[in-house]
Design a protein around this ligand. Structure first.
Ligand code: PLP
Length: 233
């Protein structure tokens, strides 16, 4: 069967939105509580334009340099999130680019730098804090315990709007295996909410193979790349 890229992207977007709606319903969540972030890293602007033509407006890139090449080529009513690691010497560039959300703020030092530079630019940076919820040693992000300890210092940073938490659990064969990690992230956010003063509305979790499980566990943003655009080369 002949099947072109445009049709593929259109079909996949429709199917994924249907799956998200079904997972919302299974979990007793309101329809539309979950935002689909289309992760367009490595895919060309033509593919992203196709998703745009199908109504998609929220896109994610994991590398600043690549994002800066694509964002100006797309219509201005798109919202972009930076989902990959951010080096402190690139913070100014990232903030000037105007991302709707920096999703992978992974240390107090980075958070402090973002706050300071946002102050210099006269803006407030919307961020998520990246948490290592599955205990993988090699990851460079907040452990739940660190986040609890550093919370007073993080919430005191003046030019940050901490919108919530994100996680990238280790890849698993069976999406069900990611459920405990997603649940931990939700429980951590619930716990931090009780400490105040932030409402922490966003939980960014779930990717192509496990977004439905993430929605069941409370995700408000799912980050889906290959399931929309196809396999990355
Ligand atoms: C690439 C990437 C995704 C999307 O991964 P897929 O498996 O293609 O859906 C999600 N989150 C982050 C942080 C990524 O780097």
């Amino acid at each position: 069967m002949w099947y072109d890229t445009a049709m593929y992207i259109q079909d996949q977007l429709q199917e994924i939105k249907g799956n998200i709606a079904a997972a919302e319903q299974r979990a007793g969540r309101a329809p539309g509580s979950v935002k689909l972030l289309a992760v367009s890293k490595t895919f060309p602007v033509e593919d992203i334009m196709q998703a745009y033509a199908d109504g998609q407006r929220l896109f994610g890139e994991n590398r600043l340099q690549e994002a800066m090449g694509k964002i100006p080529a797309m219509p201005a009513d798109c919202e972009w999130h930076l989902i990959g690691p951010l080096q402190r010497n690139k913070v100014r560039k990232a903030l000037e680019q105007g991302f709707g959300l920096l999703q992978a703020v992974d240390s107090l030092r980075l958070a402090e730098t973002v706050s300071r530079i946002a102050g210099e630019l006269g803006c407030t940076a919307r961020i998520l804090l990246e948490v290592n919820v599955d205990g993988e040693e090699s990851k460079h992000c907040f452990t739940p315990q660190e986040l609890q300890e550093l919370w007073p210092r993080l919430v005191a940073l003046p030019q940050l709007e901490i919108r919530g938490l994100m996680c990238i659990p280790a890849p698993t064969e069976d999406p069900e295996e990611a459920r405990p990690a997603f649940r931990s992230l939700r429980e951590l956010a619930e716990n931090l909410r009780t400490r105040g003063p932030l409402p922490l509305p966003e939980l960014s979790m779930g990717m192509s193979h496990d977004y439905a499980v993430a929605v069941e566990e409370g995700a408000t943003i799912v980050r889906v790349g290959s399931a929309i655009f196809g396999k990355r080369g």
